[in-house]
Design a protein around this ligand. Structure first.
Ligand SMILES: Cc1cc2nc3c(=O)[nH]c(=O)nc-3n(C[C@H](O)[C@H](O)[C@H](O)COP(=O)(O)O)c2cc1C
Length: 151
């Protein structure tokens, strides 16, 4: 949503157990995962934590985040620790705006100027169903081509 202050937005369905816990505690983490974890991602997004201990099925473990009272995946490329700032109800979806209070990435995978180093990390974007897109190339626009002027 915004770099300064760092704010993220997530949208969660009203049936989601994640939504219930997140609103109850007012804190959560966002974990950035990798293309080689696709099968796990699909599974974790297909069953509810109300019915299944999902992490144990895929053999993953959660640790405690540093700043917020929420679990964090110990095998993530990056983690954002977040505190809920505002919620907006849109039919059955809740849009959650949250302040990022701490951010951590695996060393050497991210730089402040251009973001993720896509030569080193492959981060899946969800397309639809079990389809994902792999962003593979960083392309810089020409910042000097157009200039604002009086015309
Ligand atoms: C790749 C992927 C992305 C998803 N993104 C969202 C999302 O942004 N919001 C949402 O409410 N559900 C999303 N889902 C669906 C939930 O993960 C799914 O309903 C899950 O069973 C909810 O689990 P929970 O009840 O433990 O929270 C996504 C599923 C997948 C596979």
């Amino acid at each position: 949503m915004s770099d300064e202050p760092p704010v993220v937005a997530v949208a969660l369905n009203e049936e989601s157990y994640t939504r219930e816990l997140l609103l109850e505690r007012g804190e959560f983490t966002l974990c950035v995962l990798s293309m080689d974890q696709l099968d796990e991602i699909l599974f974790l997004g297909s069953v509810s934590g109300r019915d299944v201990d999902k992490l144990s099925v895929v053999g993953w473990r959660a640790a405690q985040a540093r700043e917020v009272g929420a679990p964090v995946l110990d095998n993530a490329l990056g983690v954002l620790e977040c505190r809920v700032r505002q919620t907006v109800q849109v039919d059955e979806m809740t849009l959650i705006l949250a302040d990022v209070v701490r951010a951590e990435v695996v060393e050497g995978t991210f730089n402040d100027r251009h973001g993720w180093d896509l030569r080193r990390v492959k981060i899946p974007l969800h397309a639809a169903g079990r389809a994902f897109v792999e962003p593979g190339r960083l392309v810089l626009a020409d910042a000097g081509r157009f200039r604002a002027g009086k015309g």
